[in-house]
Design a protein around this ligand. Structure first.
Ligand code: ADP
Ligand code: ASP
Ligand code: MG
Length: 403
């Protein structure tokens, strides 16, 4: 007998038939004698629908109440799945965040799981029960309900794997595993059999939403192996684990993209020591994450242009902060949100020379203009015009032999 946490994403529980299908998957596991904790997302589209309802009340809907609202999505699927299991004569029970409880820290809509009480659920598992737990939610020390960020059911599953010390953590989703790029956008994308935590973390952070980045980070920190697989096929999924166990025969493992970046340029800033620090100081104080930065010296060598990218949701606030920043003088601020960040990721890049050149050449051959660049040991990202996104992913996918 092994203890497993199985997480089912929004599409996997997107209809009554699908919930019944998930119940069958769990029934199969119990027949093999396995002890199961199931974590569920809200039905596909539900969380967005709830967010839209809140926006109908106010664009600045109170975050405490937003968490109360959003947590209902996962409450519905928990009850439906536990009901479907009971219908199959399986001893199943759902627990909400406050009943367990799942303790979180941090702010509303973006909290972090810090602990859970395990006794009552462990007791239930011992008596051959299936525990159903809603993903994405917890409570604060004052008892308020919290949510843990979009895609957060992945993080709930990983936290359960750690705290309940399960033998296995399986993430069931609507594709066969982690692919070389989004298989719903690029049909020639290939499934990756195994991938290291570091690469998965880069891919997730750079836009591959198949795994939530903070879930991967926790798994990496506590060395919890993950498997991403399909709810709808029996094919093997993707194993995510420590890098030492992986052979790299390719320099690049995957291509990711994200369209939620905005490029901001401060034109004609006086070029003197401390200027970059002065530009970024208020952004840092406001906890706005600046991603790529480029500084060009103007032809008269007296002024400079500073270009950088932020998440689009932070763009207006960033511009406000720049305009109110008394420490800087500049001619003009421009913003462009019709850009995308396209990234190649691969632990094999470290040992392969020429990857950077190959990427730039490939994009140049397609007449795709690079607006900004950033690199780390295992990733290379460029900002390009949004309309070139698909074209550039296709090209990079084929140039790095991922097709
Ligand atoms: P779930 O609801 O199961 O959590 P998500 O929608 O969060 O599922 O994530 C699965 C989706 O991630 C896929 O349908 C796919 O379109 C997208 N995706 C993006 N990049 C990748 C990738 N590299 N590999 C697999 N899927 C990806
Ligand atoms: N339902 C939440 C969301 O849509 C959490 C999740 O699906 O993982 O973000
Ligand atoms: Mg998800």
């Amino acid at each position: 007998m092994i203890k497993k946490v199985l997480k089912f994403g929004g599409t996997s529980v997107g209809s009554i038939e699908r919930i019944q299908h998930v119940a069958k998957i769990i029934e199969n596991e119990t027949k093999q004698g396995n002890s199961i904790i199931a974590v569920v997302s809200a039905m596909a589209g539900k969380t967005n629908e709830l967010i839209n309802l809140s926006k109908n009340i106010s664009n600045e809907f109170n975050n405490r109440e937003l968490d109360v609202l959003l947590s209902t999505g996962e409450q519905i699927t928990s009850a439906l799945l536990a009901g479907a299991l009971t219908h199959l004569k399986i001893n199943a029970k759902s627990w909400l965040n406050w009943q367990i409880p799942i303790l979180t820290e941090g702010s509303h809509t973006n909290a972090r799981i810090i602990n859970m009480h395990v006794n009552q659920i462990n007791e239930f598992l011992k008596n051959k029960g299936v525990a159903v737990i809603p993903g994405f939610q917890g409570i604060m020390s004052n008892g308020d309900i919290t949510t843990i960020g979009r895609g957060g059911s992945d993080a709930t599953a990983v936290a359960i794997a750690k705290i309940f010390q399960t033998d296995v953590c399986e993430i069931f989703t609507d594709v066969d595993g982690v692919f070389s790029t989004d298989p719903n956008k690029i049909p020639v994308a290939k499934k990756i059999e195994k991938i290291s935590y570091d690469e998965m973390l880069e891919l997730s952070s750079l836009g591959a939403k198949v795994m939530q980045a903070s879930a991967v980070q926790t798994a990496m920190m506590y060395k919890i192996p993950l498997e991403v697989k399909s709810t709808f096929t029996n094919r093997d999924g993707t194993k995510i684990f420590d890098q030492e166990n992986i052979d790299y025969n390719k320099s690049v493992t995957g291509v990711a993209y994200s369209k939620d970046e905005t490029k901001i340029t401060v034109i004609g800033v006086k070029d003197k020591p401390g200027i970059a620090a002065n530009v970024f100081e208020p952004l840092n104080e406001a906890q706005i994450n600046v991603d790529m930065v480029i500084q060009n010296i103007s032809s008269d060598q007296k002024t400079t242009d500073i270009t950088f990218t932020v998440k689009s949701e932070d763009a207006l606030k960033t511009i406000d902060l720049l305009k109110n920043n008394k420490k800087i003088e500049y001619k003009k601020i421009t913003k462009n949100d019709k850009v995308a960040k396209v990234s190649i990721v691969g632990a094999g890049m470290v040992s392969t020379p020429g990857v950077t050149y190959k990427m730039f050449r490939a994009l140049a051959d397609e007449k795709i203009n690079i607006l900004a660049i950033s690199t780390s040991e295992i990733k290379l990202s460029v900002i390009i015009n949004e309309q070139d996104t698909l074209h550039s992913i296709k090209k990079l996918h084929s140039v790095f032999e991922l097709d």
